[in-house]
Design a protein around this ligand. Structure first.
Ligand code: SIN
Length: 479
């Protein structure tokens, strides 16, 4: 099957959905997503979206906190631009129907997380991402120009270079081959603009609070198409996910510490005070490393997050999702500290893009967690990710709409996917085995604290697995 659209959007988190809404008045959109439309990392975001609340707010302080968290590896002009667009994109989200929490004076209730010197995080209790995803999905589903293809996974980009049409021209993206998972067919989608908004890569680690779809494949297909990737070593580990054998790395938002919770060892000793002037609200990388150190030093399986000094009614009202989830595992956070461990959380690097979100392959935009825009440097400031997703959706929309106006042309003809001599696999379990091996290797050797020796061990193992995967990929039909 062959489809065409002005805009092909791959991914349905905050970045992909807001890009689709921004361009929807001007062309046809195909929005492809691996599972159901709301099965995204955005939906799991708890803390909120960091933004200065009005044009009179303290932009300089937000930019400074972002630079400090990023260990001065963030790009200053990108930081200033992103922070500066905060009030505008918050207004867009509200206009699309997002309800942020308000205080008793009916003003937006600003919360705080690690690395923030001020309260500047819009939130919807402790389920901000769920509310944003709800509102954007509703807006997208109502829009006649946007067609959503669920259970479709992009497998490769189609480029001028791959088709070897014009070797002297700048490499240009022409669409993507997409597997219809239920129909078991690879379809060809020709598009004037292709937008990758495929999220992160937490699932390459054994322990992650990311959803199962966060497998880094968007970054991989951009790389195969010739785009540069950068800063992939900067995987951010969230300091606090629930430690319980049955909880699949459930996140305990940093906003819990923002509202006063304290990290303690099993014996009750608080340990962040001598690590950083901001104590429990130090930037996330520092807190994650401190926890890792405590666990290794004392041989403990976890540390504890203590909020029992706060009023129980306040806890239940402010953190209903976390309270209920912990309770379902037999932990009442109003009465006892929550056992927590760090887990892989956010990919600070990704496909290298310019200030409009465009990669080195023209007409290929990459936005959200899959992109390396220069905002996050070595370590993302809490709640800057939803902000980046919607700011770069806006920037990419501006750039593509401007180009659309001057470059309307027919869709080029593209050959269908060729599966060569591939046959049906008789042992799909190999994929699971390879995946498990990668996740364990990454957790053991490329984790929170690294050494050259461990990285070399990982490299050897990954190279071997890579070879096996390449053979498997070409020998068997895609599933
Ligand atoms: C959290 O709620 O702790 C996560 C927020 C973020 O990753 O920005």
């Amino acid at each position: 099957m062959k489809l065409t659209a002005d805009f092909l959007v791959i991914g349905s988190g905050i970045a992909g959905l807001s890009y689709a809404l921004k361009v929807a008045k001007r062309g046809s959109i195909l929005l492809v997503t691996k599972r159901q439309i709301d099965f995204t990392a955005t939906r799991l975001a708890q803390g909120g979206i960091a933004a200065v609340s009005s044009e009179q707010g303290d932009f300089a302080a937000h930019a400074e906190d972002t630079m400090v968290a990023g260990v001065d590896l963030s790009h200053r002009e990108i930081v200033d631009m992103t922070v500066g667009m905060g009030p505008k994109v918050i207004e867009d989200l509200i206009n699309w129907g997002v309800n942020f929490s308000r205080n008793d004076q009916n003003e937006y209730d600003m919360t705080r997380e690690g690395g923030h010197s001020q309260r500047r995080i819009f939130h919807t209790k402790d389920a901000t991402g769920r509310e944003i995803e709800r509102a954007l999905v509703a807006a997208v589903q109502k829009h006649p120009a946007i067609q959503v293809l669920e259970n479709h996974i992009a497998i490769d980009l189609i480029t001028e270079e791959k088709l070897q049409r014009n070797p002297n021209a700048k490499n240009r993206c022409l669409g993507a081959y997409v597997l219809d998972i239920e129909g078991e067919e690879v379809i060809t989608i020709g598009a004037r603009f292709t937008v990758l908004a495929t999220g992160g890569a937490g699932k390459v680690y054994l322990y992650t609070c990311n959803p199962d779809v966060a497998t880094g494949d968007g970054v991989a297909i951009a790389w195969r198409a010739g785009a540069a990737v950068a800063n992939m070593e900067f995987m951010q580990f969230h300091p606090t996910t629930l430690y319980h054998p049955k909880a699949k790395s459930f996140l305990i938002s940093e906003a819990v510490r923002g509202e006063g919770a304290i990290l303690r060892r099993r014996d009750g000793t608080a340990f962040m005070a001598d690590q950083h002037p901001l104590k429990d609200l130090a930037p996330r990388d520092i807190v994650a490393r401190a926890i890792d150190h405590q666990m290794k030093k004392y041989g403990d399986d976890c540390v504890f997050l203590d909020m029992t000094h706060q009023d129980a009614d306040y806890i239940r009202d402010r953190f209903p999702t976390i309270y209920e989830t912990c309770l379902s595992y037999g932990i009442d956070m109003t009465q006892e500290p929550i056992p927590v461990v760090p887990a892989a959380h956010y990919l600070c690097g990704g496909v290298q893009v310019d200030s409009y979100g465009e990669s080195g392959v023209s007409n290929l935009f990459v936005i959200g967690e899959s992109a390396c825009t220069g905002l996050h440097g070595a370590n993302r400031l809490a709640s800057n990710s939803l902000l980046e997703g919607v700011v770069f959706a806006q920037r990419a929309a501006e750039a593509s709409l401007q180009r659309l106006a001057t470059s309307k042309s027919d869709f080029p003809s593209i050959a269908p996917w060729d599966s060569g001599n591939a046959t049906n696999s008789d042992e799909e379990v190999i994929v699971t085995h390879n995946w498990e091996e990668i996740r364990r290797c990454m957790w053991s050797y490329v984790g929170i604290v690294r050494s050259n020796k461990r990285l070399c061990r990982a490299l050897k193992r990954i190279q071997l697995i890579q070879q096996e995967i390449i053979e498997y990929y070409w020998d068997f039909h895609l599933t």
